[in-house]
Design a protein around this ligand. Structure first.
Ligand code: 7RM
Length: 654
């Protein structure tokens, strides 16, 4: 056997439910056929559905690896998300339904959001912010985050949203790299009943951010902040959001932006070095997120769409703010933790707010599984009609659980593959059309040219390889802020002489039916005795065992086999870590995949080291498995987890 693959033996199929199909926006495969015949013309048609101030005459222009889309067109993103809707009956429709962790709620109609955005855009202008200036946003998941982003878009300022869970140092580096003039933050945010002291962090960052002239501070909840979290306001630099807003005019002329003007910068970690400032455009980005939101999430006027991502990540940019609002949809915004005050929180909110579309990450789904069915089962989830996942490969067991327990075997699941760099979803089922297989992201969406290639850039029709995108797409990153060479080196230099091939950094497989199975980052794909094994495949097998809640698998150097497998396993409630269970799991993996995939080491642990966006830090697990000193742990949600794991691992080995 040259390839071992638990996933490819997955033969459950789920056709689009007829009841869903009947109402779906896309239920005819003709759209994909037409797009494939002429992708440029397809994207031009999609872009024309936006509101342009100056219509474009150019589509794609391409000097690899740099591309432009709709270059001579002009538009404004905020008018597409707001002004377009307030001229219609949508004016009084909810744009944002917000719930804070303490339980406070606020609903903003499109009209109310429009007024807030215009006022705050005027505030920014009064602080001296001009077209092309950078503005840092460091806020909790509150409506002001969306208002601030849209206000930047209205005046042509480039926002740089920094996730509220990042440290002062990370905030400082991101502000300095993009030379932001203004920082927008809050006195605090709520997380697990505690106050996250955002302004205090911002103050620490601002001791070393010479470009910052002003700091605007949202008062998250009057009287709620304790003495020590209460914001210290510095005269001349800091001002309260609500005070500035009191005096702000209601009218704000939108800036006329070129399609290729940057809309935002968002920092993302690479394999090494400092985070990269991914630059997204105005016209192409909006075309990509508007089109994919409509097609993949099937947004309708009566939907309540809940994408659980924080606006600090690209998923929050594209599918909490820009994509849904450009489509006139209603979005949920939730500030806090999924298990606060208890593990019913998400399902309680789905029920109370009548959520119809729910989009979250596999890591969250596995946590829900671990917490047990009793929580969702206490709630009426009958309004849900579509489920989505993003961020990492979803193992078939988690997919099936999501399908059965949350979707009641009624809702299609869209497993959406994309990246910060792609701006919008690239590979995903169309829920009214595509037959799904648990664990597969299925097929590229219309208009995308995706290819699986080998290390020599030769296309692979069936089997495993590297995921590449072979033609520019509108929402692709345009560059890395301040470092165009790094853009070329990271994404378009994998194959010498092929600057046209975008290297995504992910391994994938194509099965006999042409379905895509994303295996994860290529550095997560193992080679054990000449056999390629995705860490995901072993993880998927492990979580198929009734005792396992979550598993992370890494390769460790091995004298004979090249690499051996080390597994870190979290058990479900009611199971105990014993050496008998360890043996059982090894055998279980052997049974599921083949003897070659049996982990050499299995370590039981209460927690796995994760980034704040929920991605397991396999690099750190490899450090542990290979007995090295731990690398950088600063991006972890809880750095103590990994130190504890290392001790435990070493104790077990001796
Ligand atoms: C949206 C987002 C990107 C990386 C990407 C993959 C992994 C994302 C899926 C997935 C398997 C998916 N942006 N990834 N979605 N892997 N199936 N549906 O997550 O820039 O933060 O991460 O995430 O490895 O390269 S991101």
């Amino acid at each position: 056997m040259s390839e071992i693959d638990a996933l490819l033996t997955e033969n459950r199929r789920f056709p689009s439910p007829p009841a869903f199909q009947r109402v779906a926006t896309v239920s005819d495969a003709a759209v994909a056929t037409a797009a494939a015949a002429d992708p440029d013309a397809y994207w031009v048609t999609m872009a024309r559905q936006l509101e342009w101030i100056t219509p474009f005459t150019k589509g794609l222009e391409w000097t690899a690896p740099f591309a432009t889309w709709f270059r001579d067109g002009q538009l404004n993103v905020s008018t597409n998300c707001l002004d377009r809707h307030i001229r219609t009956a949508r004016r009084n429709k909810a744009a944002i339904i917000f719930e804070g962790e303490p339980g406070d709620t606020r609903t903003l109609t499109y009209w109310q959001l429009y007024i807030e955005v215009c006022k705050f855009a005027n505030v920014l202008r009064s602080l001296g912010v001009r077209k092309g200036d950078r503005v840092a946003i460091y806020l909790p998941m509150i409506p002001e985050a969306a208002v601030a982003m849209l206000a930047c878009a209205r005046i042509g300022a480039i926002h740089n949203v920094v996730f509220g869970g990042f440290s002062p140092e990370s905030l400082r580096d991101r502000i300095n790299d993009s030379q932001c003039r203004v920082l927008i933050t809050a006195d605090g945010g709520f997380r697990r009943g505690q106050v996250v002291p955002l302004k205090r962090n911002a103050d620490a960052a601002m001791t070393d951010t010479p470009s910052i002239e002003h700091c605007v501070v949202v008062q998250r909840r009057a009287g709620a902040m304790s003495e020590e979290t209460h914001a210290q306001m510095q005269d001349g630099r800091d001002a309260w959001w609500h005070r500035l807003m009191q005096k702000a005019p209601l009218q704000c002329e939108p800036a006329v932006m070129d399609a290729e003007d940057p809309l935002f910068i968002l920092y993302t970690s690479g394999t090494t070095g400092k985070p990269k400032g991914i630059v997204h455009s105005t016209g192409g980005y909006l075309t990509g997120v508007t089109t994919t939101s409509r097609q993949v999430f099937d947004l309708k006027d009566d939907d309540v769409f809940w994408c659980t991502a924080d606006v600090g990540w690209v998923t929050g940019h594209s599918y909490v703010v820009y994509g849904p609002l450009a489509n006139g949809a209603t979005c949920m915004l939730y500030e806090g933790a999924p298990d606060w005050p208890d593990k019913n929180r998400m399902w309680d909110m789905c029920e109370r707010h009548g959520v119809t579309i729910f989009y979250t990450a596999p890591t969250a789904i596995r946590a829900f599984m671990k917490w047990g069915e009793k929580h969702p089962n206490q709630h009426d989830l009958s309004r849900l009609r579509l489920l989505g996942t993003v961020g990492e490969p979803i193992n078939p067991e988690a997919w099936m659980w999501y399908h059965r327990v949350i979707g009641k075997e009624r809702c299609p699941i869209v497993d959406t593959w994309w990246q910060t760099e792609t701006g919008a979803i690239v590979i995903s089922p169309l829920p009214g059309l595509t037959e799904t297989k648990p664990g597969s992201a299925t097929h590229p969406l219309p208009g995308y040219s995706v290819a699986l290639v080998d290390t020599h850039a030769q296309p692979i029709p069936v089997g495993g390889g590297l995921l590449t995108i072979t033609r520019p797409w509108p929402s692709m990153l345009r560059t890395i802020w301040g470092d165009p060479q790094r853009y070329v080196d990271t994404y378009f230099s994998k194959w010498p002489g092929r600057p046209d091939l975008y290297f995504a950094g992910d391994g994938a497989k194509l099965d006999d039916d042409g379905y895509w199975w994303i295996l994860g980052r290529v550095d997560d794909v193992l080679n054990v005795a000449g056999h390629r094994i995705g860490t995901m495949e072993v993880e998927s097998a492990l979580v198929g065992h009734p005792s396992v809640a979550e598993a992370a698998v890494v390769g460790k150097d091995h004298e004979l086999k090249g690499q051996a497998i080390a597994a870190f396993v979290t058990l479900r409630e009611g199971f105990t870590a014993t050496s008998a269970l360890r043996d059982e799991l090894r055998e279980f993996v052997g049974e599921k995949i083949g003897a070659i995939a049996k982990p050499d080491d299995i370590l039981f642990s209460a927690d796995l080291p994760k980034t704040r966006s929920g991605k397991i830090m396999r690099r750190l697990l490899r450090d542990i498995a290979e007995g090295r000193a731990l690398g950088d742990t600063t991006t972890l949600a809880d750095p103590s987890v990994v130190a504890g794991l290392k001790e435990q691992y070493e104790a077990q080995e001796s």
